[in-house]
Ligand binder design. Structure first.
Ligand code: C2E
Ligand code: MG
Ligand code: MG
Ligand code: MG
Length: 294
């Protein structure tokens, strides 16, 4: 106990804990207001074929633009949303907004049936038995076929998930939605869940991509992940690709798709659509790769 460790230490401990708790409560209160006040938006990052740079889809990533503090990263507010019981409403908002946007892009002819949108879902969302019905209703409403939708979840969903979560995953898969394991390789979990759950692909965590072409162990880990995934019929996407060297190394070990700053960071919908148009023009001109993000 802090009390037993002397008055000085106790004061410092209490002060810093107090600050942290206050910061958290402040953010929680602000986050409740953020949804109502339109401070959240969705940014889109292209997912491309490594070999050509041709885009195949995008990942929807939530952004919080706080009126005074500016942009607050999801790594800061998603955990707070989870603890505060807000992840359900935030997740619902992000999913609806992303599907609505995809519907608009499709109806405007900006993207076609070969474009998919990948949406992050938290464990809490996947424990809602109503989720498959809700998602199928939203897809219908926005004119989005299930093949054009992927849901990203962490390994923990399948490792710790209840039987309800399991049923939700099977029902979502039944709809035709892709199911991707996000941050693959960071969970240190037994891989058996890949066979037990209707997963369609894995996203290799950025931490393994960083050392590619430099660190032989990372090359070998990624090579093994690719071999296993292909043997199980799973797709592989590399995340956090920043350099041409990493791209080459990924291509060399058989990874087909990737995303990362090499091709562009996540940007708001209008900017994404503009880039997408330009990429289509570039493709038509048979220039193999879209320009890297400046
Ligand atoms: P994630 O799903 O693994 O998303 C990838 C993260 O890597 C994103 O961070 C993206 O901006 C970042 N990134 C992409 N390319 C590069 C690169 O080349 N280099 C580096 N260093 N980073 C890159 P972001 O947007 O800050 O999101 C962080 C995490 O927050 C996400 O990781 C995801 O777990 C969570 N998140 C974001 N949006 C949502 C959401 O709508 N719902 C839920 N439940 N979680 C979300
Ligand atoms: Mg993700
Ligand atoms: Mg990821
Ligand atoms: Mg990640």
């Amino acid at each position: 106990r802090a009390k037993d460790e002397g008055p000085g230490r106790s004061t410092i401990f209490d002060t810093s804990m107090h600050t942290q708790v206050r910061e958290r409560i402040e953010l929680e209160v602000a986050l409740r207001a953020a949804l109502a006040d339109d401070q959240l938006y969705v940014a889109y990052q292209p997912i491309v074929r490594l070999e050509t740079g041709v885009p195949v889809g995008a990942e929807a990533l939530v952004r919080w633009l706080h009126p005074e503090r500016g942009l607050i990263p999801p790594m800061t507010f998603i955990p707070i949303a989870e603890d505060a019981g807000l992840i359900g409403s935030i997740g619902t908002w992000v999913r609806k907004e992303a599907l609505r946007q995809l519907g608009v892009w499709r109806s405007e002819g900006i993207v076609g049936d070969d474009f998919y949108l990948s949406i992050n879902v938290s464990p809490r969302q996947l424990s809602d038995p109503e989720l498959p019905l809700i998602v199928s209703g939203e897809m219908l409403r926005y004119g989005v076929p299930a093949q054009c939708v992927a849901l990203e979840m962490t390994e923990s969903v399948m490792v710790d998930g209840s039987s309800v979560t399991s049923r939700v995953l099977f029902e979502l898969r039944e709809l035709g939605v892709k199911l991707l394991v996000d941050d693959f390789g960071t969970g240190f979990s037994a891989l058996g869940y890949l066979r037990r759950f209707p997963v369609t692909g894995v996203k290799i965590d950025r931490s393994f991509v960083t050392g590619l072409g430099v660190n032989v162990e990372d090359d070998e880990i990624v090579r093994a992940v690719v071999a296993m995934s292909h043997a199980l019929g799973l797709s592989v996407i590399a995340e956090g690709v920043e350099t041409p060297l990493q791209r080459e190394a990924l291509h060399a070990v058989g990874v087909v798709n990737g995303q990362g700053w090499l091709w562009g960071a996540a940007v708001p919908a209008p900017e994404f659509a503009e880039r997408w148009r330009r990429a289509a023009i570039t493709q038509a001109a048979a220039v193999p790769a879209i320009a890297a993000n400046p």
